[in-house]
Design a protein around this ligand. Structure first.
Ligand code: AKG
Length: 283
């Protein structure tokens, strides 16, 4: 099947289902990359209220983060509503419809070593379901050693893991979550035993994107050479089985307040102007 010039092969759909992650080459055109680069520049200069420095090291390297900026940024909104990503997400997840969830931006200055700790995404979110994915898109070239890494197949592991409290890294009150409830188990020591896990990442160019299931274990995306920066535009997409879920230990990003204000409650299908439906499988 073809999506705006991009061939979504049956192997990619199967690879996504089995491995939980695929790298799509040149799925996004140069014009969109330029649009997003300009948008990120404006976003860093003028962050939303959710913008923050995720990490700052002793040498002054920083990792900037912002989220849900699409509601303020025309560039982000255009890309989310009009680019082929919603359809790509729908086809790869093999679902009947797609709602947009939120965007996240990560900008690391040249030489930043800070690695995002291993984690899964869905346990932090204000929704639950298997049919949820993220699309991680570098807007500059990134080497495999500095790209986001994935433990292939881990989206189907049955364990409920005790996720990292990103609040302890950022010291930001808004990031605090606790996974100390009894039914979670510690993460395996992936970094200490890398050879025991099927870890994948890719050399990537602007236009390439990695699509990954929200339950896959992933981390990394640091370890930059001194002359290399990393700018990433990341979007999250929701398919058929996803429902709103408020989590006792806290959420990151926490949408429970704004969901409640919009009349959405646990068990509901995310939708409306907060989570627009952007693709429906043709009959
Ligand atoms: O790019 C990064 O450093 C982190 C991305 C990530 O882990 C995520 O979006 O879940």
């Amino acid at each position: 099947m073809t999506v705006a010039g991009f061939e979504c092969e049956i192997q990619q759909v199967e690879g996504y289902s089995r491995g939980g992650v695929v790298c799509l080459r040149q799925a996004i055109g140069r014009d969109w990359i330029e649009t997003l680069r300009a948008g990120v520049e404006r976003n860093v200069a003028s962050p939303t209220e959710r913008g923050r420095v995720w990490n700052r090291d002793a040498l002054g390297h920083t990792c900037f983060y912002d989220s849900q900026a699409w509601r303020q940024s025309g560039a982000y909104r255009d890309f989310i509503e009009k680019s082929p990503l919603a359809e790509i997400a729908g086809r790869l997840m093999n679902v009947s419809r797609i709602n947009f969830f939120f965007d996240a931006v990560f900008v690391r200055t040249p030489g930043t070593k800070f690695r995002t700790p291993w984690h899964q995404d869905e346990p932090y979110w204000s929704v639950a379901g298997f049919d949820a994915c993220s699309v991680w898109m570098p807007l500059v070239p990134v080497a495999k050693k500095s790209a986001l890494e994935f433990v292939r197949g881990s989206h189907r592991w049955p364990e409920k893991f005790r996720q990292t409290n990103f609040g302890s890294l950022t010291n930001d009150e808004r990031d605090q979550v606790s996974f100390q409830n009894d039914d979670t188990v510690p993460f395996p020591d992936i970094e200490g035993h890398r050879d025991d896990f099927d870890i994948v990442s890719w050399d990537m160019q602007p236009g390439d994107c990695v699509v990954f299931n929200a339950r896959i274990i992933h981390g990394g995306s640091g370890n930059l050479d001194d002359d290399r920066e990393l700018k990433v535009f990341n979007t999250q997409w929701l398919g058929d089985d996803v429902r709103i879920a408020f989590r006792e230990g806290g959420m990151d990003p926490d949408h429970s307040g704004v969901m409640t204000q919009h009349g959405l409650k646990p068990g509901d299908r995310p939708g409306g102007e907060l989570y627009p439906e952007l693709w429906v499988r043709p009959n």
